[in-house]
Ligand binder design. Structure first.
Ligand code: ATP
Ligand code: MG
Length: 567
């Protein structure tokens, strides 16, 4: 009997320690976090880590987590992405309740705060072009140069900023910049841009605005409006934290959130960057954002990965400050662990070879009781029809068996799972010499798959009744990139998509119960792997995606690395 795998314990990490201390020492009452996606693409497995962290921390500390769309760049953002992101977060098992927010809801407030900075002499309208601003910014070793517009009088700044908003100037003509310190060692403090002119239709505010706040100006202030206590983001924002704090200190915001950074999740054999994923889609190198080889949540779902397996993975990866790349086999291991427990066993034959039982009556059909999960008797049994003509897996037969091949061979007896023992008597070939049929006999005394005399064949095969089998298309997936670190050597990442990563089998067959399996249910084809119906299925003509094979390579990798460490 299989015991359910216990949930791995919540790992104490540096973020949870900070939150716990803030609560214990009374600095924070209710813990409030947020997951802040930009709706400019689909969520990927890296985002899943962030979602599990933000929603997880809120849940563990009895607080709440907001879903906030960071929709400050109308050029790249679309409603399609907003809808997909909401669906993905829900599917992963998290609920933001009534706390759905959009940075665009705060545009008016943010504008007022920008005016506040201008009035305080802490922001100015700059007429330099983007290129000139970049050229003035300096480098890590050289200080920046001040813009000639830096000392504009407040009144002029107010007037120009109002006219920027009113649409008097074209894109890029002017920006609003914070007036901080062009010699600051941190480049983010060298008068960062707060507002830019963009005459673009926004998915939510339409054409109400033609000036949009930058990420830096919107993010911390949105956090403050929502009363976020711990603003958790990835390490690339570490250098932005002084600006985050400067804005919070210099604005009359209603709360003082703090930002903490953690390492991004990177995975081998794939890429976790919306920009690169978008280009894979645009160039037709995959079939779409939810192509089952993609690391997006919609793709993992389509491929049959259960949300629970992804949450377990996020927990196992943990949260740390050091950047690292996690082996994709670890994700697969978490998924297999869940599926091994939950996926019903079924029969499917990927590469069929006909078997005729010469001593079995023509026209006779028996209903065999087959366990749904040999590891879990409580999962019960199902009826699978059995008859004279069967399909077995071509790979389960060898005319001249090599050493250690224990499956079917001429003169040899094997067990058909939950059916009969059969013995191969004759091999039938076509003109080209290809094996087209095996003529076998069965032992009626072994019905159900056990012999009264206790003899045990060395192999147990899966099978299908030819008259009842349902044709299916089966799509086999491997890693999108054969290279564990695609693009790391500076090569063209788009040229290195593995052409073998998708294989479509048209001649596969499955047992009748799988003809109309609903999308979203993953089963194990016995001895072959985990498979799930694809949304491309139509009634009577199912399409299955191979979620994973049965072989857990992660355990092996772990063992190898332990050996390498001499443990
Ligand atoms: P990408 O680099 O793929 O475009 P992004 O950071 O621009 O991602 P956002 O929509 O801004 O995407 O991300 C929303 C949240 O998810 C942010 O808080 C971000 O830090 C976090 N996040 C994004 N990628 C990862 C990752 N690989 N690992 C952990 N968290 C991530
Ligand atoms: Mg981003």
């Amino acid at each position: 009997m299989s015991t359910p795998t216990p949930e791995p314990p919540e790992r104490g990490d540096f973020i949870r320690e900070i939150v716990a201390a803030d609560v214990r020492e009374g600095r924070v009452g209710e813990v409030v976090t947020r997951f802040p996606p930009e709706p400019n693409g689909y969520l990927h497995i890296g985002h899943a880590k962030s979602i599990c962290l933000n929603f997880g921390v809120a849940r563990e500390f009895g607080g709440r987590c907001h879903l906030r769309f960071d929709d400050t760049n109308p050029i790249k953002e679309e409603q399609e992405y907003i809808d997909a992101i909401e669906a993905d977060v829900r599917w992963l098992g998290f609920d933001w309740g009534e706390h759905l927010y959009f940075a665009s809801d705060y545009f008016e407030q943010l504008y007022e705060w920008a005016v506040h900075l201008i009035e305080a002499g802490k922001a100015y309208v700059d007429d330099l072009s983007a290129d000139e601003i970049r050229a003035h910014r300096g480098t890590f070793t050289e200080p920046g140069r001040e813009s000639p517009w830096r000392d504009r009088p407040v009144e002029e700044n107010l007037d120009l900023f109002a006219r920027m908003r009113a649409g008097e100037f074209p894109d890029g003509a002017r920006v609003l910049r914070a007036r901080i310190d062009m010699a600051a060692p941190n480049i983010n403090l060298r008068d960062p841009v707060l507002y830019r002119i963009l005459h673009a239709e926004h998915p939510r505010t339409g054409d109400a605005w033609c000036v949009y706040p930058t990420y830096d100006f919107a993010h911390g202030q949105s956090d403050a409006i929502e009363g976020i206590t711990h603003s958790l983001c990835t390490l690339e924002f570490e250098d932005h934290r002084p600006l985050y704090d400067w804005l919070i200190e210099n604005l009359p915001v209603p709360s003082r959130p703090r930002q903490y950074e953690f390492a991004r999740l990177n995975l081998t054999h794939t890429v976790v960057s919306k920009r690169v994923l978008m280009r894979l889609v645009d160039r037709g190198l995959v079939h779409g954002w939810d192509d089952p080889r993609m690391p997006t949540m919609s793709a993992l779902r389509r491929r049959g990965f259960p949300a629970e397996g992804i949450r377990d993975f996020a927990r196992l990866v943990g949260v740390a400050k050091a950047d690292n790349t996690v082996e994709v086999e670890m994700l697969e291991h978490c998924v297999r662990t869940v599926l091994n427990r939950t996926a019903p066993r079924r029969f499917g034959v990927l590469d069929p070879l006909r078997v005729v039982l010469t001593d079995y009556p023509e026209g006779k059909v028996e209903e065999m009781d087959v366990p749904n999960n040999p590891e879990d008797p409580q999962a019960g049994t199902r009826k699978v029809p059995f008859s004279r003509e069967l399909w077995i897996e071509r790979a389960d037969f060898m005319e001249e068996p090599v050493c250690k091949f224990f499956r079917l061979a001429p003169g040899r007896e094997v067990r058909l799972r939950s059916a009969y023992f059969i013995t191969c008597r004759e091999v039938v070939k076509d003109r080209e010499g290809r094996i087209v049929e095996l003529r076998c006999t069965h032992d009626p005394a072994t019905r159900g798959g056990d012999a009264p005399d206790g003899r045990r064949p060395k192999a147990t095969l899966h099978w299908l009744s030819a008259a009842h089998a349902v044709p299916a298309e089966v799509r086999l997936y491997g890693h999108l990139f054969a290279d564990p670190y695609p693009g790391a050597d500076g090569g063209d990442i788009f040229a290195s998509v593995d052409p073998e990563s998708e294989k479509v089998l048209s001649g596969a067959l499955v047992e009748p119960s799988l003809a109309e399996l609903p999308v979203g249910e993953t089963v194990q084809f016995e001895r072959l792997g985990y498979f799930c119906p694809d949304p491309d299925s139509v009634p009577g003509a199912p399409v299955f995606n191979r979620t994973l094979t049965l072989k857990d390579t992660w355990a092996k990798l772990q063992q190898r690395s332990r050996q390498a460490q001499g443990a």
